[in-house]
Design a binder for this molecule. Structure first.
Ligand SMILES: Nc1ncnc2c1ncn2[C@@H]1O[C@H](COP(=O)(O)OP(=O)(O)OP(=O)(O)O)[C@@H](O)[C@H]1O
Ligand SMILES: [Mg+2]
Length: 331
């Protein structure tokens, strides 16, 4: 078997700002992404999805740090690598798309210029070549009249067009890994669908792998091949999208599915997960989902259950994984 493109092992991330005792937010997270794979990371708000993705791109906010673990890209360890070397990977190897393009785009620079900057800096293109590349990328992302639009400032474009500019920018150096943080959440549903299709097509064409953060299982189902479900800083279940969504073994994944609309069974009532996610600063010991879990047993409250393999390539961090499966079949 070939080595994965990205291999994250026992990654822990914490808030260190103003404290000698960091608050652990992401804990012991491990996953692999192969070349060309589309890997979804799904979970409720605050579960640590964005921080996990940002750690891969060396884009953690100030005061938040990788405390332990390893992030290997194409066999090279990224944790501890000097920032200058790491920044050279961003663009030609790894690129990131954010939820709100306005925060990532420079408001006073024309969008064509912003797309051209990467190819000029990383691929050694001349000014004219890089502008031609920017316009080519804008056309590829379905932006009408790209020559004229390249001269626009971000505020002159709609949300959907701005997100396409971000995609054009991220893909302009032909990266091998694209990190996407809720890239379509700010868009209306029809535009969201178009942008997702576009991302899938562009990744198919270039062979780029995708790490895709979202809170929306339907988006993961449409876009990804594999997924990890995060709850309160931990991966609680992972596997292929088909396997995990058809045979969920962690009660949190089950809760997510029960609380989301099922378009094949519109008559099914939506069942919200009772309670609230724990505050990261005061997480319970043991499984963080235990206080909300319908399957909880005493042992869940003492130690975080290890990830167990429930089927080939499908793991769940739950000691009641088999019972959950039986009860679901009986339902
Ligand atoms: N800059 C920061 N400083 C301090 N704490 C932070 C910072 N960014 C995030 N956190 C903490 O880390 C937790 C996880 O944040 P993260 O942004 O990864 O969540 P998320 O899963 O992406 O949620 P959402 O779906 O809302 O985007 C947050 O609940 C917050 O407590
Ligand atoms: Mg987030």
């Amino acid at each position: 078997m070939t080595d994965p493109l990205l291999s994250v092992r026992s990654l822990s991330i914490g808030v260190t700002r103003g404290s000698t005792d960091p608050t652990l937010i992401v804990e012991d997270v491990s996953f692999d992404i192969s070349k060309g794979e589309r890997f979804g990371i799904v979970g409720e708000s605050g579960s640590g999805k964005s921080l996990t993705l940002r750690a891969i791109g060396d884009l953690l906010p100030r005061g938040v740090e990788v405390l332990a673990g390893s992030i290997r890209y194409n066999g090279t360890e990224l944790v501890g690598m000097p920032r200058s070397s790491r920044r050279k990977l961003m663009g030609p190897e790894i690129a990131m798309i954010f939820q709100e393009p306005m925060t990532a785009l420079n408001p006073v620079v024309r969008v064509g210029e912003q797309i051209a900057e990467g190819p000029r800096r990383y691929l050694g293109m001349t000014r004219a070549e890089s502008m031609a590349r920017a316009i080519e990328m804008m056309a590829k992302t379905g932006i009408p009249d790209p020559v004229r639009r390249a001269r626009a400032y971000p505020h002159e474009l709609s949300g959907g067009l701005r997100q396409r500019i971000m995609i054009a920018m991220a893909l302009s150096c032909d990266p091998r890994l694209l990190l996407c943080d809720e890239p379509t959440t700010a868009l209306d549903v029809t535009v969201q669908h178009q942008v997702l299709r576009l991302l899938e097509d562009l990744c198919d064409d270039s062979g780029a792998a995708l790490a895709f953060v979202t809170h929306d299982l339907a988006v993961v189902n449409q876009t990804c091949t594999d997924l990890a479900v995060m709850y309160s800083g931990h991966i609680v279940e992972s596997g292929t999208v088909r396997e995990v969504l058809s045979d969920p073994r962690h009660p949190y994944t089950q809760g997510l599915l029960d609380s989301a609309p099922d378009f094949d069974r519109p008559e099914r009532p939506l069942i919200p997960i009772p309670g609230f996610p724990p505050n990261v600063a005061s997480r319970p010991s043991g499984c963080p989902f235990a206080p909300r879990c319908p399957f909880v047993v005493e042992a869940c409250r003492t130690a975080m259950p290890p990830m167990v393999t429930v089927a080939p390539g499908h793991g769940a961090a739950c000691i009641e994984a088999d019972r959950i499966s039986r009860e679901l079949v009986a339902r």
